[in-house]
Design a protein around this ligand. Structure first.
Ligand code: HEM
Length: 208
């Protein structure tokens, strides 16, 4: 028997596809700028084009992020992002144990998907950190670099621009690594394509 749960409303799917495409453009153009060198000899695309694409994508990403926040405030999707203190570490450990050993022994998922529980504990904490810590830091530092005149000149003797730049690049790197792990863990559903299909159809499907 197949169990179908409608867990990914249209707005989340539209937000997510725009977010994923913009992220790929931002990573490509960001890496291109980072390795451009003074003469632009290592760039993947022309430096000025990379800057233009990066800035425009970042502005759209920011608007899209606002959609994510408003969507979560206005709908019940936010319930999946609430972290409870009780059993936090035990649940996280149980999920890690499943990814490290259980799934290779064909054990059952320790946190089956329900209407109340769309994410397992590891998904939940990584999505909360990415969306409510990583993204704000990335966006705020990005705007600092776009409008450097708003930055503090010196912070304890170190250039404010340098600190903002390092924070932005580090967070960009961390979120890129998050995305790779995220795509990998999305293959660990019932079948490798199950979760990707859910993000297209809106329905989580499970064969019982
Ligand atoms: C090509 C890139 C990406 C692919 C293929 C992908 C794939 C998926 C899939 C299949 C899901 C549904 C499974 C689940 O709920 O865990 C999902 C959900 C999610 N993804 Fe991604 N993702 C990508 C990029 C990103 C990026 C860059 C971010 C954030 C920086 C992100 C954040 C999220 C969040 C927060 C959810 C849960 C949304 C919700 O239902 O409330 N994803 N992703």
């Amino acid at each position: 028997m197949t169990r179908r749960l409608y867990l990914y409303p249209v707005w989340i799917r539209i937000w997510h596809v725009i977010n994923a495409i913009l992220f790929l453009i931002l990573i490509f153009t960001g890496v291109s700028m980072q390795f451009a060198g003074s003469g632009g000899e290592f760039s993947l695309i022309r430096f000025d084009q990379a800057v233009a694409w990066h800035n425009v994508s970042a502005i759209i990403l920011t608007f899209n992020y606002v959609v994510f926040i408003i969507g979560n405030v206005a709908t019940t999707n936010s319930r999946h992002y609430r972290i409870k203190k009780e059993n936090f570490w035990a649940d996280l450990f149980a999920q890690l144990k499943f990814y490290a050993f259980g799934m290779f022994k064909k054990e059952k998922h320790p946190f089956p998907v329900t209407y109340e529980q769309k994410f397992n504990p590891l998904q939940k904490i990584s999505y909360v950190l990415a969306m409510y810590v990583g993204m704000p830091v990335l966006i705020i530092t990005g705007f600092g670099l776009l409008f450097p005149e708003i930055l503090v000149q010196q912070f304890f003797g170190v250039s404010g621009l340098l600190i903002t730049d390092i924070l932005h690049i580090t967070m960009g790197f961390i979120l890129s690594v998050f995305m790779l792990i995220h795509i990998y863990t999305c293959t660990l559903g019932d079948k490798p394509a199950t979760l990707f299909k859910s993000m297209i159809s809106g329905y989580h499907e499970e064969h019982e």
